[in-house]
Every structure is written in C-alpha cells, then in structure tokens.
Design a protein around this ligand. Structure first.
Ligand SMILES: [Zn+2]
Length: 214
C-alpha cells in the first residue's frame, strides 16, 4: 500500500483540480481541502486499533478499504458538510463539493489496489477476498508487526526509503500536472491524456525489482 504521503497528495490534487478559480473565503478553502485530505487518508486509520492492542497490522487493510465503507464515510462527510454548507463552504457549488469529495474518497482504494501487497477487500462484506492489481504502481511499505517503538523503528529501511521516493515522485508529478492543467485551462481530453501518461510512466518504471532486491 502507498504511505499516507501519496494518499494525502491525491487529496490535495483533487482539491486543486476541482476547486473554483474565483476568490473564495479562506474558511471555505480550508474546510474543503481538509475534507478532501481526510477522505483520501481515512481508511488507513485502521492502524489505530492494532497499535492500541500491540499488533499494528492486525486490522490494517480490512473493511475500511472496502467500497461500501468508503461510500458510507463519504456520504457521512457530505451530510456533515451540507448541514453548514452556507458557512463552511460559502462560494462553492454543490457539484464541486460532490465531485471533489467523491474523487478524494475513492482515490484511496484505487491507489491501494495498484500497489504491491496482499490487496484490499474491495467488495466486503459480500466478498471477503482481497484484490490487488497485477500491474502495481507503488511499492509496499514494510513494517514489523510488533508493539510500540519497535514498530516505528521498523519503518526506517532502505526498501521504505525507495517506496517513499517513488511516492514523492508520483505526488510531485500529480500536483504539477493538476496545477499546470488548471493554470492553462486545458480541455477534458488533455486531463485524461496526461493522467494516462503519468500512469504509463509509473507502470514502465516497474517496482518489482526493488522488492526483489530488498
Ligand atoms: Zn490504505
């Protein structure tokens, strides 16, 4: 799975891609950006119960990564935002909020699906099997399933440094792409084409050899 770096970058990229160019109150920008980043990252909060019971990986990549739970949390955030839409999201259209929050929320299972690892239970509770793409774009983050500081120390490895570098590269490329397309007001086909090129570059820089080496 990608680390929170790539997930948070997907949330920021979504915000940049859909937010209106017109001047908006800072409270609107902060609330919408916060909602996009939260929705892009929240499935990985399933680390917390494992950390509490001392087995960090126990609940990770479980039901919080399913399409059902992602959809339910997305709807809950939408409901929360709509209660105070006129104050918290003043100046943003309903469509922008709907589109931005949806893309941010579903970016998480999408990115985790395209990473090396055990896969995610996309169709839980109907089907508890885990799914992973045969063409991964991201390296997995390795960590020991041990309690306390030993867990955090196990994150500092050469393999994870490579995984993080790859994610940072992806994040910078994605954010630059989105900001550039917005700046020059490119049509929809340019967005699709640029996205495909970015994915192709990631596929071509095959991550498999790094997992074999480390
Ligand atoms: Zn995840």
């Amino acid at each position: 799975m990608p680390s929170p770096v790539a997930h948070a970058a997907a949330g920021v990229a979504t915000y940049l891609a859909v937010v209106d160019r017109a001047p908006l109150p800072w409270t609107t920008r902060a609330t919408f950006l916060g909602a996009c980043v939260f929705l892009a990252v929240f499935p990985d909060l399933d680390f917390l119960p494992g950390l509490i019971v001392g087995v960090p990986n126990q609940f990770h990549q479980g039901p919080s990564h399913s399409l059902l739970v992602v959809a339910l949390v997305w709807l809950a955030v939408l409901a929360l935002l709509s209660v105070r839409r006129r104050t918290w999201l003043r100046g943003l259209s309903r469509q922008t909020v709907l589109l931005g929050t949806a893309v941010a929320a579903f970016s998480h299972p999408f990115l985790d699906y395209f990473s090396i690892g055990n896969g995610i239970p996309l169709f839980w509770p109907v089907d508890s099997s885990t799914y992973a793409s045969p063409w991964p774009l991201f390296l997995n983050v390795t960590r020991d399933n041990v309690p306390g500081t030993a867990f955090f120390l196990s994150l500092f490895s050469l393999h994870n440094l490579l995984a993080l570098s790859r994610e940072l590269l992806f994040s910078v490329a994605l954010l630059t792409l989105v900001a550039g397309l917005r700046q020059y007001q490119q049509p929809a086909w340019a967005w699709v084409l640029s996205g495909l090129v970015l994915i192709m570059v990631l596929v071509l820089v095959e991550p498999g050899w790094t997992t074999a080496a480390f």
